[in-house]
Design a binder for this molecule. Structure first.
Ligand code: SF4
Length: 179
């Protein structure tokens, strides 16, 4: 029996677009899935990550829960990959970094347009917001960075295929130009 590579994925402060790009691999997913098994992912709904070969992280780090999840991925994954612009440089969520956290909360919950019953949410179940959104490599060591918003399905397929076969990661020119 072939030993399968165990993969976990998570979306931190992301839009799930990078996960959607994975699904856009379409029918080629069948050959990938024959070689892998999933641990914690939005697909399996496993809440706690176990021991994994590869972890794919989408999204920046915007709150205390993101930090906890990211550190758990680093502890449990042999290879950790930052997938997409938000994970690599904060991307869209990091646009809030030009304002203070207080200004963001004020605009979102108190004085922005169309707000009914203005109040800043304070339920203790809500994860504590960080003052700024961080790229994932600010928090843990990252082994690979896959740029793009999102990285294309072709790029993800090439990356995962070469990783699974133990080959050096090499992309065609069209997969690493972004203009
Ligand atoms: Fe969404 Fe783009 Fe960020 Fe991926 S990189 S989570 S597609 S905004």
């Amino acid at each position: 029996m072939v030993n399968k590579v165990r993969i976990a994925t998570a979306s931190l402060a992301g839009c799930f677009g990078c996960h959607m790009s994975l699904l856009d691999i379409d029918e080629r997913l069948i050959e990938l899935v024959a070689q892998i098994e999933f641990d914690r992912t939005p697909l399996t709904d496993i809440k706690q990550i176990g021991s994994c070969d590869v972890g794919l992280i989408e999204g920046g780090v915007c709150n205390a829960e993101n930090v906890e999840v990211l550190k758990a991925f680093r502890r449990h994954c042999n290879i950790l990959v930052a997938v997409g612009a938000c994970a690599i440089n904060g991307g869209v969520p990091a646009m809030r970094n030009q304002y203070s956290l207080a200004e963001c909360l004020e605009e979102a919950y108190l004085s922005g347009s169309g707000i009914d019953n203005p109040q800043i949410p304070s339920d203790p179940e809500l994860p504590l917001l960080l003052n700024q959104v961080h790229p994932v490599h600010d928090v843990v060591w990252i082994d690979y960075f896959l740029p793009g918003c999102p990285p294309s399905a072709d790029t993800l397929f090439t990356f995962l295929g070469e990783l699974l076969s133990g080959q050096p990661i090499q992309f065609a020119y069209r997969q690493i130009r972004y203009d």
